[in-house]
Design a protein around this ligand. Structure first.
Ligand code: GLU
Length: 419
């Protein structure tokens, strides 16, 4: 099947919001385009002594609100169109969350499962070296994304610092976020995206007299976002009916224990073979009747083909770009509500911002402090999007874009265009 262009999708979403809010036509030209696109082909020595060439990307969409910010993804699907889209979403996300960052994204086209730990370390270090001064603590700050984690951030940090003079090194620990705690990471960063999503869902549930304790839900993707979301929903009493990842799909009408499944996935690297639920097909997974669907994997999952299958009341987007424009239209037609990615999954970059601040100030915040600050930011963003949706009489994705674009437009108007 031909891959749908994710970037075309972002531009369609952008145009819809820009029309609706009547975005300045000159500023539309700037925001409808990325700023810098770096593509690097670099060699790495494999464990067997041979050299393999890799392709790495960093796309910087915009930095008018602050340094470029966004994750690095290790996945076979990483290519320029996808990275452009992901970078653009980061600009909107930071603007909606009200944090002083622009948007960027990067990654390497590879399947990490094909490489040993030491190969992944060399690939990461060589890519960091090749990026050189295209990243920096006050310029462009990477973080984890699909298939990258705190260990990979620690290698990036170490490589970046190794390229600096000894006297400068301790000033630059904030060149990357999502680091291990001991290496300058923040408490609460690991769970932050899932936690932020749950905070948004709680706010929505309160507004809609929806009882999370009796809710049933589906999760697609059981990596950082999917598994943290499920584990954080468990204490609410919500029931996980079905789950899907790159290894298959499973269902249990009596409910799947989120913690137990997480422990299984830690060992087996996927949900396949988990004995607490029965295998089902992708279509059965997508058609499972439940209150909520939480996509927390990759783009283009809710499309013209699959949107008609859904039998849920609300889609809560943990992934970036899980619903394309055609999918959105079908959900709206069918009366299925949707809380968009740029709102729901902002918790990751928000706690990245907290980590960055702690590093800059040589502080170390307690988990309660991080959680309380994240809660305030997520609820603030939720209310802005909700109120904008009501004001413009539009869907929540378009409303979220309007929140972001209004902020960006204001800054461009204040600062003007050089020269
Ligand atoms: N990769 C995450 C995202 O898509 C986090 C980015 C960050 O922390 O900079 O939002």
């Amino acid at each position: 099947m031909e891959k749908l262009s994710v970037y075309n999708n972002v531009i369609a979403q952008f145009n819809k919001a820009a029309d609706k809010m009547d975005l300045d036509t000159e500023i539309r030209k700037i925001l409808g385009c990325t700023m810098n696109e770096i593509i690097i082909h670099f060699p790495v020595i494999m464990d067997d002594g041979h050299i393999q060439m890799f392709t790495g990307y960093r796309v910087q969409h915009n930095n008018v609100l602050g340094p470029f910010k966004g994750g690095l993804r290790y996945h076979p699907s990483v290519e320029i169109d996808e990275v452009r889209a992901l970078a653009t979403w980061m600009t909107w996300k930071s603007a909606i969350a009200g944090i002083p960052y622009g948007g960027a994204k990067g990654g390497i086209q590879l399947n990490p499962a094909d490489y040993s730990k030491s190969e992944l370390e060399r690939i990461t270090r060589r890519f960091t070296f090749a990026l050189g001064s295209n990243i920096g603590p006050e310029y462009d700050i990477p973080a984890p994304d699909v298939n990258t984690n705190a260990q990979i951030m620690a290698w990036i940090l170490d490589t970046y610092l190794s390229m600096m003079s000894p006297a400068e090194q301790n000033r630059c620990v904030h060149v990357v976020t999502g680091k291990p705690i001991e290496s300058g990471g923040s408490l609460g960063r690991d769970k932050a995206t899932g936690q932020g999503l749950v905070f948004v869902l709680e706010a929505w549930a309160a507004d809609n007299a929806f009882d999370l304790g009796r809710a049933t839900y589906l999760v697609q993707g059981y990596g950082n976002v999917g598994s943290w979301t499920a584990r954080l929903l468990k204490p609410h009493g919500a029931k996980l009916l079905a789950v899907e990842d790159h290894t298959g799909a499973l269902a249990n009408p009596a409910g799947i224990d989120a913690n137990d499944l997480h422990a299984y996935v830690q060992i087996h690297k996927g949900i396949a073979g988990y004995s607490g639920a029965k295998p089902i097909t992708h279509r059965e997974f997508m058609s499972t009747k439940a209150d909520l669907f939480i996509p927390a994997a990759l783009e283009n999952q809710i499309t013209a083909d699959s949107a008609p299958w859904l039998q849920v009341k609300l889609v809560v987007e943990g992934a970036n770009g899980p619903t394309n424009v055609a999918g959105d239209a079908i959900l709206q037609e069918r009366g299925i509500a949707l809380l968009p990615d740029v709102l729901c999954n902002a918790g990751g970059v928000i706690v990245s911002y907290f980590e960055w601040l702690q590093n800059k100030r040589s502080e170390f915040w307690e988990l309660e402090e991080v959680d309380a600050k994240l809660h305030r930011k997520m609820v603030g963003a939720y209310r802005r999007v909700r109120d904008t949706a009501a004001q413009f009489g539009t869907d929540w994705r378009t409303a979220a874009y309007i929140v972001a674009l209004t902020r960006l437009e204001k800054v461009y108007k204040e600062r003007g265009i050089f020269p």
